[in-house]
Design a protein around this ligand. Sequence first.
Ligand code: TXA
Ligand code: MG
Length: 320
Amino acid sequence: MTTRRLVADAQGIAEAAGLLRTGRLVAFPTETVYGLGGDATDERAIAAIFAAKQRPRFNPLIVHLPDPATAEALAVLDDRARTLAERFWPGPLTLVLPRRADCPIARLASAGLDTLALRVPAHPVARALLLAVGRPLAGPSANPSGTISPTTADHVLDGLDGRIDAVLDGGPCAVGIESTIVDLSERRAALLRPGGLPAAEIEALIGPLERPGAEDRDAPRSPGRMLRHYAPGRPVRLEARAAQPGEALLGFGPAAPPDCLNLSPGGDLVEAAAHLFAYLRRLDRPEVAAIAVMPIPEHGLGAAINDRLRRAAEPANIAP
Ligand code: TXA
Ligand code: MG
């Protein structure tokens, strides 16, 4: 199969929508990362997504919607869900909610769970595409399972060229890190994945979030929280003050040496998140012994950045 690169204009979006309506796969830009789109109501399209990504079957997918109103037909929203949806959708927030009994989303998309992960993306191309398709789109990050998420169409093609029908090229993603996932399917709300919306903004509205620990990572509540993930080919060393011989330094802030690749010379975490995946890719070269990453503060988007970096640094030999 040849993977086409479609310009994200009206014609490209119409072509992409046509492909998706016939069960084909098209990667599309969102404000967080590129998603690997497939018709969420079509079991075969969902199966094709798992195959293209070589993704473990038990790991459910996020379903993308054009607007918050669509969510009500698929899942049960309580007061907390409505509050968050009203304030943060469209945007980098995914809500895990109980499925409605008559929910038309393919069972395979939620890996057989009674819950559904829903998100309304803010990117204008994603919204236009969802409206043109007229069906919810499943959209995991558009990369082979376990590797670094794509923030440009080139990144998508690096990993999936020949395995999907097309990629809609909407330029680089502004947020650069995946959505924050909050589980509202139980009485106590839980943060399943820190992401592009800082947890503090959510807690300001609905109170403290539970944070399932490492021991819960394989529990059904957070099936996709595999330890090694977002990983480059080279080893990653965290909390580095300087590069050791053979290492490439990924810097952060004004204290970083001037000759290194710097996530944000001014120490801005929003800028650092936007650069994170592209810079890890740039340093992931065969001649590099390891990627050494300077410390990143844990506040704001730092929590999501450090989550991705810790997973990238897990040794490859315990990969699932
Ligand atoms: O920003 C994002 O969220 C991107 C863009 C494309 O929207 N998508 C994304 O999808 O990161 P993916 O498939 O790479 O990550 C989805 C995560 C996984 O960790 C999965 O286990 C979790 O969401 N998830 C999906 N459905 C779930 C459910 N019903 N219950 C718990 N976790 C769920
Ligand atoms: Mg992913």
